[in-house]
Design a protein around this ligand. Structure first.
Ligand code: FE2
Length: 294
């Protein structure tokens, strides 16, 4: 099922953006892009100008999430948001320049992150990373996936499905400790198994952003990134493992800002006649156990 939109970028606001340089640049193997006109740091995982934007500020969380829409579907995508009952406004020329897009419209998601529909995300020189020789899988599937935790879960679910038109891939119900249930729903808008997932925590967490995932083209690049993560001294939230629902082989490293980055490979794709929207009761087939910091 292809809804014609892709995850374009995520914007973070961190007190000191340079604290993410080692993780993004040296561990994950992203490439630094040109800073934005307002001075935000940018990171690339393919030929696009910017995929992760890091601004200096107190939020210590995700502030905005961009979805790229084909230019001829832009007005319909904006109207779909409005028809679902959410306010959406066309961005200014300065905002479009800051995001390096041709068009931009913005609304606020029920989990508090600004969602931006954009067209014409700028391309720059071909992606080449010395630490990620195989590059990242983004063509037709967006830059990766993002997972948010929100107690405003039902409205967030309605926003993702009705306003953004995403399809539910499947969901996870598991007991993470005695009496504490974790509920996560996974949503697709192109062949990537999920571009967004929403978790329902028992109470509000300090960050709504749980993790950002980038998918390598080569399996060995996950292992090499895992070695670099271990050597960096950053905490590994989850060891190497394979998820049950999307079958992603991955690990999770904890960023200095608290949210996590999942580096993965080999997730299964959504097919045109997806009929596997069902419950899972475990996160992983094997692995993914927490590892204490070295
Ligand atoms: Fe993930």
């Amino acid at each position: 099922m292809d809804h014609g939109i892709e995850l374009a970028y995520i914007g973070l606001e961190i007190p000191d953006p340079s604290t993410l340089d080692v993780l993004f640049g040296e561990v994950v193997g992203l490439v630094a892009g040109t800073p934005t006109p307002r001075g935000a740091s940018t990171w690339r995982d393919d030929d696009k100008a910017q995929r992760i934007i890091v601004e200096a500020g107190d939020a210590n969380d995700a502030r905005y999430l961009g979805f790229e829409v084909a230019a001829d579907g832009f007005d319909a995508a904006v109207e779909r948001v409005r028809a679902a009952g959410f306010e959406i406004a066309e961005g200014s020329a300065a905002e479009a320049t800051e995001r390096r897009v041709e068009r931009l419209a913005r609304t606020t998601s029920p989990w508090g992150v600004q969602v931006e529909l954009v067209a014409g995300l700028e391309e720059v020189e071909p992606f080449a990373s010395p630490t990620m020789p195989g590059g990242f899988l983004t063509e037709g599937v967006g830059f990766g996936h993002t997972v948010f935790a929100t107690t405003n879960f039902d409205e967030a679910d309605r926003f993702v499905t009705e306003a953004l038109g995403m399809g539910q891939s499947d969901w996870l119900d598991m007991e993470i400790m005695e009496g504490v249930e974790l509920h996560v729903r996974f949503y697709h808008c192109n062949p990537r198994h999920h571009s967004v997932a929403l978790a329902r925590p028992p109470f509000d967490l300090p960050q709504v952003l749980h993790h950002i995932m980038v998918e390598t083209r080569e399996l060995d690049d996950v292992g090499a990134a895992f070695d670099r993560a271990r050597a960096s001294g950053l905490a590994i939230a989850n060891n190497l493992g394979r998820h049950d629902n999307d079958a992603m082989f991955s690990f999770y490293v904890v960023s200095p800002a608290g949210f996590q980055v999942e580096v993965g490979h080999g997730a299964r794709l959504i097919t045109p006649a997806w009929d596997d929207n069902r419950a899972y009761d475990r996160m992983s087939r094997w692995g993914h156990e927490p590892i204490p910091a070295p």
